[in-house]
Design a protein around this ligand. Sequence first.
Ligand code: FSA
Length: 432
Amino acid sequence: MFNIDSSVLIFGGAGTLGSSTALHLARKGFRNIHVLDVYPIPSAQSAGNDLNKIMGTSLRNPVDKQLSLEAEDMWSNDPTFSPFYHRSGRLDCCGSPDGIQDLRDTVAKLQQAGLGHTVEWLDTEAQIVQRVPQLAGSDIQGWKGIFFEKGGWLAAAKAIDSVGKELVRHGVKFSFGDSGVFDSLILSDDGKNCLGAVTKDGTRYLADRVVLASGAWTPSLVDLEDQCCSKAWVYAHMQLTPDEVKAYAGCPVVYNEDLGFFFEPNENGVIKVCDEFPGFTRYKMHQPFGSPKPISVSVPRSHARHPTDTYPHASEVTIRKAIAAFLPKFKDKELFNRAMCWCADTADANLLICEHPLWKNFFLATGDSGHSFKLLPIIGKHIVELLAGTLQKDMREAWRWRPGSGDARKSVRRASAKDLADLPGWKHESKE
Ligand code: FSA
């Protein structure tokens, strides 16, 4: 029986998938929700704790159309979320033959899904510049583009903070620090039922349902049998002058799969720039719960705990290359807040949201594959359906437990991720 009196523990509850789960439970009237995390909401080590994330329809997987439409509706109309949706538009653009083919494939997929009318194909540089005047004078020879009028960006950390405030209003219980960090499960005598969990400080919590939504940390907490590979992506910030801010205000998100992407300046005149690449792993021997012995697993390193970490020297080169291509005016600008942010890739880039096959009432919600922040308002609704046993079949199928079904280290990307151990330049303090 699962009803509003059931108790639910949500680890990673201060991040994207976890906070959304707590929100949907709270809105349904559940009175016994306990959010646990190492940092208070919005968790300083959540990938969602960021200036901005890209918003727009992306149809990678079978259930994406429904999720995209549901998310767009809530980002537009739900007061907890709508202040944080900036409808600047989004340009996907590329100059390489492979990149242009990918753009054409994207249009074809949208058309097949009946969403062809939501994008405009930009065939020439002039058409691109007409949509994004800030690209005039950039090195975009031969580029093609797709313009998503409806897309834009999300003020990510602020949106999770807004969820946190609503959770407080609903009376949700929180535990942060060592009493919020997952250590192990409490199992029934026959080992088949999850009865609760123990946290790092030894506190024992009993619950009807336990959800582990710890993002890129999940594979180091519970053995996921290689279904998720945690990888870091990088970003840097640059400060614009007031005149530059005026010129870039309202600029659509520009995304180039060969180079990277940038966002319009925020209220402090800061632009975030990212390069695009297959991510960085950090493999080490580690023993997650459920594994009888230490195994090789990519373990994130928290930027919140290691604030002087930056990114590898190689990232400075690729971020500078992206800036030189689409923000040439700013190519000599100082960069700051260089950092890594951790996501969990699955082999097929579908989420991993399912009950654990061995331990009933223990649920995983991870495998964001770098594209799930836009689902913040809606994903929790479906996670709650999973807890209640009512999740629709195509979602159950897409998000199922599926070890052995592919290579998460490569995922659907062009190449396998390189390991941080082989990349100098990012670690600026010796403490582990
Ligand atoms: O929703 C989107 O398409 C944004 S993806 C942003 C990104 O940095 C990727 O570019 C990267 O490859 C990784 O997946 C992390 O997220």
